[in-house]
Design a protein around this ligand. Structure first.
Ligand code: ATP
Ligand code: LTN
Length: 337
């Protein structure tokens, strides 16, 4: 217990906006798993973030359960870490309101993700989409998080988190911990298999663009074979070869090899051989997770119980921070009689 208090706190979240991809796994979830011994970890399925783009209610509910089960299968262990669903803990939305009043519209409209998603969903540029980063800031600050493992695409949101935390601390005295991003060196940005200048995204409408963590081996092999490459024919990393560079990155991330070693291993071999080898390491990495996933998903009652335990543990921490914030900004405390 004493040792536990001394551990740094890690916090991260993932949206149930589709089936998790190989990008999510290599860029985020794999790191979440490996951090559990050294850190005090809290992980969240962020369903409230997901509704910033239109979701079908039944599908969102199903995907939230599935994402939770998949995280368990990927090694997130409720005995060592807290795993919960964002909408189960009201403090997130409550802190977001307060922090909205300490975040500038200019800061939010500059966010790359906001600009990308506004373009992609031009018919639904809702206030939640603009405000998305403030909800993420609240997630992180509620838990006094020290370290936030994320993919490279979320770095800007982490910088905003630091700015808002520091701004609030300056105005009201020490309240929030100013967190650091943790971005893995390899695989921080896995690219689309079809348009390798874009990141692999679980909400891509072209299913050949991503590998889902639950894709069957033959589907993985087929998607790999269809991956966009170039006409040069040599397995090497180069800016003008984004497709092959991405596949080298995936292979390196999953085998632990340096990219130079991967280039060497496939010297003089064609893209066909290389693609099959990449598919093999992906299949091997995902197979045990897929097997465990089926077991977790089969017992809905047990999943719901784990969600409830996670929400209770999270709530206890979050409510303490929220009370402190309410006091600092001048809300009258409700005295129950
Ligand atoms: P969406 O497509 O719905 O926007 P997403 O696939 O980008 O979703 P998120 O739930 O937003 O996934 O991200 C979860 C985590 O996975 C984040 O830490 C994010 O940085 C990381 N991540 C997402 N895509 C990639 C990728 N292609 N490469 C590396 N990391 C990624
Ligand atoms: N915005 C993130 C998901 C996310 C998150 C968080 C990550 C929501 N809240 C808190 C880290 C910490 C994304 O789109 N990947």
């Amino acid at each position: 217990m004493e040792q536990k208090e001394a551990k740094k706190r890690v916090y991260s979240g993932i949206q149930p906006s589709g089936m998790l991809t190989l990008g999510n796994y290599i860029g985020a979830v794999r790191n979440w798993d490996s951090m559990q011994d050294e850190y005090d970890c809290i992980y969240c399925v962020v369903d409230q973030h997901a509704i910033t783009v239109r979701q079908d209610a039944a599908t969102l509910r199903r995907r939230t359960m599935e994402t939770y089960a998949l995280l368990l299968a990927a090694g997130i262990d409720p005995k060592r870490s807290i795993l919960y669903v964002q909408s189960h803990v009201p403090a997130h939305a409550m802190l977001t309101w307060v922090l909205n009043c300490f975040t500038y519209v200019g800061e939010l409209s500059r966010m790359t993700q906001f600009k990308d998603k506004s373009e992609k969903h031009a018919d639904n540029i809702n206030a939640g989409l603009l405000d998305y980063p403030v909800l993420m800031v609240s997630d992180i600050l509620l838990y006094r998080s020290d370290l936030v493992p994320i993919g490279a695409d979320q770095k800007q949101h982490l910088e905003l988190t630091r700015d808002v935390a520091a701004r609030f601390n300056n105005l009201f005295g020490d309240t929030f911990v100013v967190p650091e991003p943790y971005i893995g060196k390899v695989g921080a940005r896995i690219m689309s298999l079809q348009e390798p200048e874009k990141k692999m995204s679980k909400s891509d409408e072209n299913v050949n663009a991503f590998i889902a963590m639950l894709d069957e081996p033959d589907v993985i092999r087929r998607k790999m074979r269809r991956a966009v490459t170039d006409s040069e024919g040599t397995v090497r990393v180069a800016p003008e070869k984004p497709g092959i560079s991405n596949l080298i990155g995936i292979y390196a991330a999953l085998t632990g090899l340096a990219t130079e070693a991967v280039e060497k291993e496939f010297e003089g071999k064609g893209y066909g051989v290389f693609k099959d080898a990449v598919a093999d390491v992906v299949v091997d990495a995902l197979a045990p997770i897929q097997a465990r996933y089926k077991e977790f998903l089969a017992d809905k009652k047990a999943l719901e119980a784990m969600m409830d335990d996670g929400a209770r543990a999270a709530e206890a921490i979050a409510n303490r921070t929220l009370s402190k914030v309410y006091r600092k900004v001048g809300f009258v405390e409700r005295k129950r009689h």
